[in-house]
Ligand binder design. Structure first.
Ligand code: DAH
Length: 350
């Protein structure tokens, strides 16, 4: 006996209903619920029918089996299709909501940078580093001994004048130069510290803050210097000239011309002052004008001796640059105070 090949109307309705709901489903949750209703392991409509199939006759099995397989294929691919469509829709929505308008004009992000003084000091360290100079540092509070005495600066030297020097107050009076302190008036005491703690040959620079009681357009009570020193068995003025010329050409202008004049500093003998000038259309206003840039000289034998280095065996040179002065010359800045007022219109130019 052959049963009607038609499925009961009710069942048909059920499949049609499932299909319709699936077509209308708008979320992955909805899709999942319907998927369960069809493919669920226990109660899924397809699963249940597959089970019933076991009880059918052989002839029926073949036909109904084919029909069920078809349904399975149909719903599987419809589910895939729906899922894909839903995913595309949400991607599309995301693309819409997250769209970047690359033509829009937004203000550039402001980035900070180093202040021109530390920036220049880094350049100095780089230029001298390439000439083999080490970088040393020393304290800003120094004893009278280090700031003056060991550098051969005599008691009556004008540099010691309380008009120029910030002396630190003491609780008790003393004449011991190791116990009287100043804000260092130059970076030269770092020479002393370095010589006392290193064996020659050596070469180093020392950048840092120094203090003097001066204040006008070209002087500030705090400013920056860098000291340098090179000691060896046969270091001469010729080496000094070469180092000075190389450094100034790199740090200020490759077009610089030089003039070496004798100058007096108690810690060097002979002492020299180096003037520079440079010509060129970019510096027309300064053409022909000599500017003093550095004090230097051959280290005084007494200073070497004071620091435990035998002047019979070792010799060399030392130099001291003013950092602000170099930047002012290089960038044609008329007023030293611009460095310290924190005016962004000035600082942004660097
Ligand atoms: N210390 C000096 C000053 O502050 C600068 C100076 C001159 C340093 C000659 C030196 C030097 O090492 O040799 O004015």
């Amino acid at each position: 006996m052959i049963k009607s090949p038609k499925k009961p109307a009710k069942k048909n309705d059920h499949w049609a209903d499932l299909e319709e709901r699936l077509q209308k489903a708008n979320s992955s949750e909805e899709i999942e619920v319907i998927e369960q209703e069809i493919f669920g392991r226990k109660h899924g409509a397809l699963t249940v029918e597959m089970k019933h199939l076991q009880e059918a006759s052989a002839a029926e099995k073949a036909e109904r089996g084919r029909a069920l397989n078809e349904k399975k294929k149909f719903f599987t691919s419809l589910l895939d299709e729906k899922r894909m469509a839903l995913k595309n829709k949400s991607l599309h929505a995301l693309a819409e909501s997250d769209r970047l308008d690359v033509t829009i004009d937004v203000p550039a992000k402001e980035r900070g940078h180093l202040h021109p003084i530390p920036e220049f000091i880094r350049e100095v360290e780089d230029v001298f580093g390439r000439m083999g100079f080490d970088v040393a540092r020393g304290p800003e509070v120094e004893s009278e001994e280090y700031n003056f005495n060991l550098l051969n600066i005599p008691a009556d030297h004008p540099a010691r004048d309380s008009q120029d020097t910030f002396w630190l107050k003491r609780e008790t009076e003393t004449t011991d130069p190791n116990k009287k302190f100043v804000l260092r008036t130059h970076t030269s005491p770092v020479q002393v510290r370095y010589m006392k703690s290193h064996k020659p040959p050596f070469r180093f620079i020392c950048p840092g803050k120094v203090y003097r009681k001066d204040a006008d357009a070209t002087h500030s009570p705090m400013f920056h210097q860098f000291e340098g020193m090179m000691i060896g068995k046969d270091i001469t003025l010729a080496n000094m000239k070469a180092v000075m010329i190389t450094a100034i050409r790199e740090l200020i202008s490759p077009k610089a011309e030089f003039r070496f004049r004798t100058g007096f500093f108690p810690f060097v003998e002979p002492g020299l002052e180096v003037d520079m000038r440079w010509q060129g259309e970019d510096t027309a206003s300064r053409e022909g004008k000599w500017l003093e840039v550095v004090g230097c000289g051959m280290v005084h034998p007494k200073v070497l001796q004071n620091c435990g280095i035998d002047p019979q065996e070792w010799q060399g040179f030392a130099f001291g640059f003013g950092v602000e002065r170099m930047i002012m010359i290089r960038n044609q800045i008329p007023d030293l105070r611009s460095f310290y007022t924190g005016d962004l219109r000035f600082l942004r130019q660097f």
